[in-house]
Design a protein around this ligand. Sequence first.
Ligand SMILES: NC(=O)c1ccc[n+]([C@@H]2O[C@H](COP(=O)([O-])OP(=O)(O)OC[C@H]3O[C@@H](n4cnc5c(N)ncnc54)[C@H](OP(=O)(O)O)[C@@H]3O)[C@@H](O)[C@H]2O)c1
Length: 271
Amino acid sequence: MKVLVTGAHGMLGKDLCPVLDDCGYDVIECGRSEFDVTDYDAAKKYIERAELVVHCAAYTNVDKAEEDPLNEAVNAKGTENIAKLCAELDIPLVYVSTDYVFDGTKKTPYLPDDSTNPLNAYGLAKLHGEEAVQKYCKKYYITRTSWLYGHHGKNFVETMIALADKPEIRVVNDQTGCPTWTVDLSNAIADLIEEAPEYGIYHLCGGGHTTWYGFAKEIFKLCGLNVNLNPCTTEEFPRPAKRPANSIMDNQGRCRDWKKALKDYIELRIE
Ligand SMILES: NC(=O)c1ccc[n+]([C@@H]2O[C@H](COP(=O)([O-])OP(=O)(O)OC[C@H]3O[C@@H](n4cnc5c(N)ncnc54)[C@H](OP(=O)(O)O)[C@@H]3O)[C@@H](O)[C@H]2O)c1
C-alpha cells in the first residue's frame, strides 16, 4: 500500500517514515519542498498517488501561534485541503492532533469523546483541523498525542539536558500530561493502520502521567546528572499561550508507560 506522509522531515515524520517502511508500506515522504499543505493544487499532485495519508505537517510553535496567522492557515486550512483530497479519492486519512484541544479542567484522564475547549490559538486551529477531517472524510483516524520528544527535533528532553550545567533549573509542577516518544507514536500509528479498527478518534500518548517537573526529574535521573532542580508554578513561568493544567489522555493501552519509553530514548541517545 502506498502511504503518503506529510511533515515527513519533522520530528515525528523522521521516525514515522522508517517505521512504515519496515511494515512493508511504499512510503511517499512529503516535506514542504514537495508541497505546501496550504496549496490545494500542489497537494493534489502528490496525494493522487497515495492509498492512505498520514498528515503530520503542522505549525507547531505554540507560543508564536497566538499571533501568527500561519497557524490557522496551516493547521486548519491546510488540514482541510488534505481532508478534501482524501475524501475525493476515497482514501483513509490519519490526522495527528493534540491534547491542547482540551481545556484541562477535567479531573480524570480525557477520553476521545470528551468535549473540547482549547485554551490557546494552536489548540483551536488543530481543533478546526479535526472538524474539517470529520466534515469531509468518512475514513479517518484522528490521533491525539502530547508532550512529544524524539531524536530529530527540538524538544523538552534535549532542552533540559542542555540546561543541566545551570546553577538552578525551575520547572512547572502544576501542568500534568503524558510524555510521548515519537518512536512509540510511530509504532502506534502503524498498529492503527495494520489493525484498521473502527474509524474515529484515538488517543496515542505515553501511558501513565507526570508533571513537567516530574518529567525533568526522570530525565536527569536516567542521564545520571546531578542538577539543582526545583518545582515552580505556571504563574511563576508565564508564557504567551495558556496551557491546560490537566492534559492526561486515556490511551486505552495503545502505548507503553512513558518512563519505559524515556529510558529507551536516553539509552539510544547515550550510545
Ligand atoms: N511536538 C509536540 O509536542 C506535539 C504535541 C501534540 C501534537 N503534535 C502534533 O504532532 C505532529 C508532528 O509534530 P512535530 O513535533 O513532528 O512537529 P515539527 O517537528 O515541527 O514538524 C512539522 C513539520 O511540518 C512541516 N510544515 C509546516 N508547515 C508546513 C506547510 N505549510 N506545508 C508543508 N509542511 C509544513 C514542517 O516543515 P518545515 O520544517 O519546513 O517548517 C515540519 O517538517 C503535528 O501535527 C503536531 O501538531 C505535536
